[in-house]
Design a protein around this ligand. Structure first.
Ligand SMILES: NC(=O)c1ccc[n+]([C@@H]2O[C@H](COP(=O)([O-])OP(=O)(O)OC[C@H]3O[C@@H](n4cnc5c(N)ncnc54)[C@H](O)[C@@H]3O)[C@@H](O)[C@H]2O)c1
Length: 364
């Protein structure tokens, strides 16, 4: 019999909705094989051993609501399990500080609650909620461009001895200064910026590595992504996008034998197409040269539900954070970060990361 894993959620958007609805889907359909990458038990922990004990958000459709209602709050759009079929929970959604504000493109969709509290007051309340509900892992799915809020939550984790799983491209686990703080307090941290199960990054990395491993020379490459949810709408704001582009571009560059010049590689979220909803389309092209300097190119189109893509990975990140807690291992959890995140503190090939992760789980 394993412990329950008590998790607090930050940013109750589509990604968390997909995670929670997915777990409920498997509960209602026990004969279905769980299709996450480490689908079976991880050191004894299965997907039903997780309790989401509280959430934090700023939106008026989320704050103050029970978690089972908040995950359906506008503008969330994941609807795999109907709202009435979702079991009720005592877990509530509490206030998070606004800090970086709501992006200009999403401000007519995400209406923050009117609050008179200072960041310090919110921090005190948050720490009390974490204590009262026994949270041992905080998972963040904040919008892109939430650098200050991410630092707020990283500090909360340090102050409350809570592990941190950072699914977004605001750098904590991969930032030397923050990584050291987590190391010094021996608190596990997994990040940054979650990879999809079969997402644009993993497909692009894998094919770029294949081209290199087959001895060809990649000359230029691009990856364009479009989608129709608030994540894509928010990413139209270039000022909020700086770290996302670094995270996605470095994830591909790290797999090449020779780095491409900046003007020979473009990797980015590129536009919002409303009717796509949570469907993400990725278009990727690699151009290079093979034997006798003869040119070749390839193009890939990927169509995928972005939320299923991320939930199938975060379910493992949570369990790996719990394993680290159980074993008293702190600081950035390098095997888990390299395997599951786009921007880990140490990039490796995905095969090497998988092997390291398996060894970590086996306690080697
Ligand atoms: N495959 C994927 O979906 C994937 C992959 C990698 C990274 N991500 C990242 O995960 C994040 C979440 O994606 P999503 O689709 O759930 O986004 P979303 O827009 O659906 O949800 C974001 C949530 O954060 C809340 N929020 C805004 N400001 C906040 C604050 N200051 N404090 C607390 N909550 C706040 C919003 O109200 C909303 O509920 C994004 O940064 C996205 O880029 C997603």
């Amino acid at each position: 019999m394993v412990d329950r894993i008590k998790v607090g959620l930050v940013g109750i958007g589509n990604c968390f909705s997909g995670l929670i609805q997915g777990i409920e889907y498997y509960r209602k359909n026990p004969s279905q094989e769980v299709t996450g990458i480490i689908h079976d038990k991880l050191a004894g922990y299965g997907i039903h051993d997780i309790d989401f004990v509280c959430g934090f958000d700023v939106g008026e459709t989320k704050v103050g609501k029970p978690l089972n209602e908040a995950i359906y709050g506008y503008p969330n759009m994941v609807d795999w399990i109907s709202k009435n079929d979702m079991p009720k929970t005592d877990a509530k959604v509490y206030e998070s500080p606004l800090l970086d504000g709501v992006g200009i493109w999403v401000e007519n969709r995400v209406k923050p609650i009117s609050s008179t509290k200072t960041t310090e007051q919110i921090a005190d309340e948050v720490k009390q909620v974490i204590k009262d509900s026994g949270v041992e892992i905080i998972v963040s799915y904040l919008p892109v461009g939430s650098d200050k809020v991410t630092e707020f939550w990283a500090q909360i984790c340090l102050d409350t001895n809570t592990a941190f799983v950072n699914c977004i491209p605001s750098f904590i686990a991969s930032d030397e200064k923050w990584a050291k703080k987590f190391e010094e307090k021996n608190i596990p941290c997994i990040g940054d910026d979650i990879k999809g199960q079969v997402g644009a990054t993993i497909v692009h990395r894998t094919l770029a590595k294949l081209c290199n491993d087959r001895g060809t020379k990649i000359e230029k490459t691009y990856q364009i992504n479009v989608g129709g949810n608030t994540d894509f709408l928010n990413m139209k704001e270039q000022d909020r996008l700086v770290s996302k582009k670094i995270s996605k571009t470095e994830s591909v560059q790290s797999q090449l034998n020779e780095r491409l010049d900046d003007d020979q590689i473009y990797v980015g979220p590129s536009d919002f197409i409303p009717f796509l909803g949570n469907t993400k389309l990725m278009f990727m092209r690699i151009e290079g040269r093979q034997w006798a300097n003869i040119p070749y190119n390839m193009e890939v189109r990927l169509e995928v539900d972005d939320k299923a893509n991320s939930a199938g990975i975060v379910i493992d990140a949570i369990r790996l954070a719990k394993i680290a807690l159980d074993r008293g291992i702190g600081g950035p959890i390098k095997p888990a970060s390299a395997y599951l995140m786009k921007h880990p503190i140490e990039q490796t090939s995905d095969i090497a990361a998988k092997t390291a992760c398996e060894k970590f789980v086996a306690g080697q």
